[in-house]
Design a protein around this ligand. Structure first.
Ligand code: 3PG
Length: 339
């Protein structure tokens, strides 16, 4: 990838800076700003070099949410002046973005002179602002993007074993296809969060009204794999699985103790409904283990910040699905677009 350090003559140029400020927002307040903070070195560098910046981000799936809380939070924490920074509209508001439309990307490129991608966490998406826009402008990778690639690439170049992969959260369509890959790469794959519901259902367990996906992803076949480990007990509320239970945490604790590499993405319980206890316990267990630990995914990061444990892991990735894709495939569409 072309590093931003190689960019020349940025003075008075307008930089289209793709960031991923898709952060948790509740009642118009940003709940966790890890991704925003991580983009600040690139933003400051561009301003120091005399550039003007148009920040491009998505928020939510379909672009219907307003960026106002993000803008407010961004200018408050960065203390940067509004003179040289503006925000483009929520990019997912435009259908050309997710359709990866050529004409849309070309039109977008007319707003700037240079393109910088500092949105590693959305670079697994073949979206116009990630893969098409760099075709029309001189393009560079931002500092956070580079940091992610540097830190994550050494994992698959020299993977330590036993390698424990913990996968939770929701986003079935992003994560389920990756489980097969990780069953090859890792020594144990523990499934928690809503993802586990599909497996438990396939095993004949009554998951009540818990969230399940509408696709079966060949789960029966996966269940035969000895590396696959499922929770063994649960905390339930109103017929919904809220969290994994204490026996499951004990099981995970013994796996953590034996591991030399732990990769974790997505909470183990329904975190937003009060099911964060197991995730917190497991975070503490990993923090005291000697294993190399890589943790990613928006909700897990939010918990780590709330627990003030940012320095307790080898690397905290801004990515969720992007991190998993990158580790499984060694590249991403957004990386190829910058080569
Ligand atoms: C994320 O939160 O993982 C990224 O912002 C990508 O979001 P998406 O899954 O809606 O593409």
């Amino acid at each position: 990838m072309r590093s931003l350090k190689l960019a020349k003559n940025l003075r008075d140029k307008t930089v289209l800076l793709r960031v991923d400020f898709n952060v948790p927002v509740k009642n118009r307040k940003v709940l966790d700003d890890f991704r925003i903070i991580k983009a600040l070195p690139t933003i400051r560098f561009l301003l120091e070099k005399g550039a003007k910046i148009i920040l491009i981000t998505h928020l939510g799936k379909d672009g219907t949410v307003s960026l106002d809380p993000i803008k407010k939070h961004f200018f408050a924490i960065s203390k940067l002046s509004k003179n040289k920074i503006t925000f483009f509209d929520n990019i997912r508001k435009f259908s050309g973005e997710t359709k990866n439309d050529e004409v849309f990307a070309k039109k977008l490129s007319l707003f700037g002179d240079i393109y910088v991608n500092d949105a590693f966490s959305v670079s697994h998406r073949e979206h116009a602002s990630i893969v098409k826009l760099p075709k029309y402008l001189p393009s560079f990778a931002g500092f956070q993007f580079e940091e992610e690639v540097e830190n994550l690439s050494h994992v698959f170049k020299k993977t330590k074993h036993p390698f424990l992969f913990i996968l939770g959260g929701v986003k079935f369509s992003t994560k389920m296809p990756l489980i097969k890959k990780y069953l090859k790469l890792a020594d144990q794959v523990f499934i928690g969060g809503a993802l586990a519901n599909d497996f438990l259902k396939a095993k004949g367990y009554d998951v009540g009204k818990s969230l399940v996906s509408d696709n079966n992803y060949g789960i029966r076949e996966l269940l035969k794999n000895k590396k696959l480990i499922l929770p063994i007990d649960f905390i339930k509320k109103d017929k919904i699985i809220l969290d994994i239970g204490s026996e499951s945490v004990i099981k995970l604790a013994s796996l953590i103790k034996k591991s030399k590499l732990i990769l974790w993405n997505g909470p183990l319980g329904k975190y937003e409904a009060g099911g964060a206890e197991a995730t917190k316990k497991v975070l503490k267990l990993i923090a005291i283990s000697k294993a190399e630990s890589i943790i990613g995914g928006g909700d897990t990061i939010a918990l780590i910040s709330a627990m003030k444990m940012e320095n307790k892991f080898s690397f905290i990735s801004t990515g969720g699905g992007a991190t998993l894709d990158y580790l499984a495939n060694g590249t991403l569409p957004g990386i190829k677009a910058l080569e």
